[in-house]
Design a protein around this ligand. Structure first.
Ligand code: DHB
Ligand code: FE
Length: 282
């Protein structure tokens, strides 16, 4: 049977792609951010995940406003990458783990999540940049299953529903009849608002409280409606729903998790960048 070996949550600001392309990792502006990934690299080298299930939000590349599924699961053999307008280089494509994709799809529909299945899917900076942060040589050692959550067009799924989706994904991974080491990742957040009167809004107090909650009180943020979350963390900060889904998936591996590493740095672009590495303790 497959085992869930850990979860990583990280921001996915497009400017990271430009910094990587220009080799700016050591610059004063970028160093505190990129240095945060060193402990994650050490963990990856030792834990050697074979499959990565990625909770992310598409930003208008694979889905546009004409068709916007609330939850969708990739079932493609390959995921190519493209830039949806930030001017960042496309990265090498990713190999899909189709057997796990279909296992997840079956399990999620059985659990009454009415998802959209995507046998073709292009992935944007929300997948490519976290992957490049985890594996800077861009030789991906994992196959992936992308799980996309709409945070672009209202109505958005509630925090409670996203946590429950994560739990269902976690249970499905744990029931996958393959002897594989599976990690989960959630990308987005933390607090940020890119436009409007509150452009540049960051809420450090909330972000840190949220990161703390993932350890001992994982459902804490599910008390808030999506509108309340937007108020607290900004229009795009609501991407923290990916972190909740990731934490929900880890809950399937055991009641308790430990935090192996965390980093919080403000700002990168207009965004509070957060990073957590969580592992089940039982
Ligand atoms: C920024 C952050 C995001 O999450 C995103 O998708 C696009 C831009 C930013 O801070 O610039
Ligand atoms: Fe984003």
């Amino acid at each position: 049977m497959a085992s869930i070996i850990g979860g990583i949550t990280t921001s996915h600001v497009p400017a990271i792609g430009k910094a990587i392309a220009k080799n700016l990792q050591g610059d004063a502006y970028w160093k505190p951010f990129f240095d945060g990934f060193a402990p994650v690299h050490r963990w990856l080298a030792q834990a050697r995940p074979e499959v990565l299930v990625i909770f992310y939000n598409d930003h208008g590349l694979n889905f546009f406003l004409d068709k916007m599924p609330t939850f969708s699961v990739g079932a493609a053999p390959t995921y190519t990458t493209a830039d949806e307008g930030w001017g960042i280089p496309a990265l090498p494509s990713f190999e899909g783990e189709q057997d796990l994709s279909w296992h997840l799809i079956d399990a999620l529909v059985e659990a009454e999540f009415d998802i959209t299945t995507c046998q073709e899917m292009v992935v944007d900076h929300a997948v490519t940049l976290p992957m490049a942060l985890l594996w800077p040589d861009q030789q991906w050692p994992v196959k992936i299953v992308p799980v996309c959550i709409n945070t672009v067009q209202f109505p958005l799924p509630s925090a409670r529903r996203c946590y429950a989706l994560g739990e269902a994904v976690g249970r499905a991974i744990a029931g996958w009849e393959r002897d594989a080491r599976v990690a989960v990742m959630g990308t987005g957040g933390l607090s940020h608002q890119l436009d409007g009167q509150r452009a540049g809004f960051i809420n450090k107090d909330f972000d840190l409280r949220f990161m703390d909650s993932l350890l001992h009180e994982p459902k804490w943020a599910t008390q808030f409606s999506t509108h309340q979350l937007v108020e607290k963390v900004g229009t795009q900060g609501v991407e923290l729903l990916m972190w909740l889904a990731t934490r929900g998936a880890l809950a399937a591996a055991g009641e308790r998790v430990e935090c192996l590493h965390r980093n919080y740095h403000i700002p990168i672009s207009n965004t509070a960048s957060g990073l957590m590495l969580l592992a089940p303790t039982n």
